[in-house]
Design a protein around this ligand. Structure first.
Ligand code: ATP
Length: 436
């Protein structure tokens, strides 16, 4: 039985959205946003599957002004999505419908969901897999930037995966079109992914605005997270985290990094650069040696002698690995007692075990708490409740995408995602990050 034939209170009225229902058959819910529900749907004429984002313009809106504001921002997002059409790694907006209270955005269907969920499942990605994901992400970002668009909210939650695990960049809700010289000055994005210049612009006078490089910083954060399963900047106290971001202070010294080669570390170090002029662009990042290996993998040439030697080496390696498996090298009991996490095989068991029990990471790394970072809480409006205020950094206000508004007081009563704080400057002076 389809949802069309069921009585589903969540769905917009049939008479109101006749045009949409004539063309599409609505199926199960895929996910929910603050003011929207995403459902699978089927185009009647072609039987093709899509994902329809049904935006309720009136849901939890206190005034016509807010409804209108949401309509305007959705139309802006639609226009930006149309500017980015035809790129294989950017979500395709297939169709749109509008009523007085709902907007329907019909997108290509990404059956594998968010990169975030995939990462939660696999904990970390191999270098090879990271290379594939980052190449596609950077190609999407390069394209977006070539259209003078800044995305401003790059993170694994906004990267969808299709049937073949290809990247589809989505959620252009904070994206902005900028002219050549123009700089942005409003503070929006997700705390752990915010670039230093985005933070600075809201904290100090006489600092320049920001532009495309802020997306490249976020790419660095994403790449780091994919490789080791925890973010480069995290601290229980958000102010410490913001300070670390401003100073570009991150570490690649935890045990996980020992398994990772130099190229990815080098590329991350070219992206997480505080000075925007020195930070890599998407084009420069794609030319980095980290991606050269993939090119070679894609077009293998045939060298019989090398192939033979490689074959022999593989046989030798396999027999060594087999030996190692049968007779593993001894591990000092002292080390197992005092620092079990430093032993790779035990580390994997700990991570996998913790993951099985808690459903997410619980490991505490250097100033990091995976559980807290990866809590993918249901999205909700912030009305700056008391508990929000208690947890928010003292000198930073949580506000909506309209920088002129105040939480809970009218037009600016806007949304906050799970870890998606929109920050507005109260000119905080940040404490120094402790070394522990
Ligand atoms: N094209 C798609 N294919 C498959 N699933 C999708 C697609 N688009 C969204 N989803 C799923 O629906 C969920 C909600 O999507 P939505 O875009 O409304 O979330 P959001 O962008 O986080 O919300 P908001 O825009 O209100 O902040 C996503 O988390 C994702 O899992």
């Amino acid at each position: 039985m389809t949802v069309n034939s069921m009585c589903d209170e969540d769905l917009p009225d049939h008479d109101l959205a006749k045009d949409f229902y004539l063309k599409y058959e609505v199926r199960e819910v895929l996910g929910k946003g603050v003011s929207s529900t995403v459902r699978r749907c089927i185009e009647q004429d072609t039987s093709h599957e899509y994902a329809v984002k049904i935006i309720d313009l009136t849901s939890e809106k206190d005034s016509d002004f807010e409804t209108e504001e949401l309509r305007i921002s959705t139309i802006k997002e639609m226009n930006i999505l149309r500017m980015c059409a035809q790129h294989p790694n950017i979500i395709e907006l297939h169709d749109t419908f509008e009523t007085s209270t709902f907007i329907f955005l019909v997108f290509e269907l990404c059956k594998k969901g968010e990169l975030f969920d995939y990462l939660t499942e696999v904990v970390t990605l191999s270098e090879k897999r990271t290379r594939q994901v980052m190449r596609q992400l950077l190609e999407a970002v390069e394209f977006v930037h070539s259209k003078h668009i800044v995305h401003r909210d790059l993170k694994p939650e906004n990267i969808l995966l299709d049937d073949n695990f290809n990247v589809k960049l989505s959620d252009f809700g904070f994206a902005s079109v900028i002219s050549h010289e123009e700089e942005l000055t409003d503070l929006c994005g997700t705390p752990g992914y915010l670039a230093p210049e985005v933070l600075k612009v809201s904290m100090y006078d006489n600092v320049p605005g920001y532009g495309r490089p802020c997306d490249m910083w976020a790419c660095g954060v994403i790449m780091y997270t994919l490789l080791v399963g925890c973010p480069p900047f995290w601290h229980r106290k958000q102010m410490y985290m913001l300070r670390a971001i401003m100073e570009g202070k991150y570490s690649v010294s935890s045990p996980e990094w020992e398994d990772i080669s130099e190229h990815p570390k080098d590329l991350i170090s070219k992206l997480l650069v505080v000075d925007t002029k020195k930070r890599y662009t998407a084009e420069q990042a794609l030319a980095h040696p980290f991606f050269k290996r993939e090119e070679r993998e894609e077009k293998p040439e045939f060298f019989p002698r090398r192939k033979f030697i490689a074959g022999v080496l593989v046989v030798v390696a396999i027999s060594r690995i087999r030996n190692l498996h049968l007779h593993p090298p001894p591990v000092a009991l002292e080390q197992v007692r005092h620092d079990p996490y430093s032993i790779k095989i035990i580390r994997k068991v700990i991570d996998a075990g913790a993951f099985k029990i808690y459903g997410h990471w619980v490991k505490r790394g250097e100033n990091q708490n995976r559980a807290a970072l990866f809590e993918n809480m249901p999205k909700r409006d912030i009305k700056c409740s008391q508990s929000d205020e208690a947890t928010a950094p003292k000198q930073i206000k949580l506000v909506g995408s309209s920088t002129t508004s105040t939480p809970g007081t009218g037009p600016g009563m806007l949304r906050q995602r799970s870890n998606h704080a929109l920050l507005r400057s109260g000119r905080p002076s940040l404490p120094t990050v402790p070394d522990d």
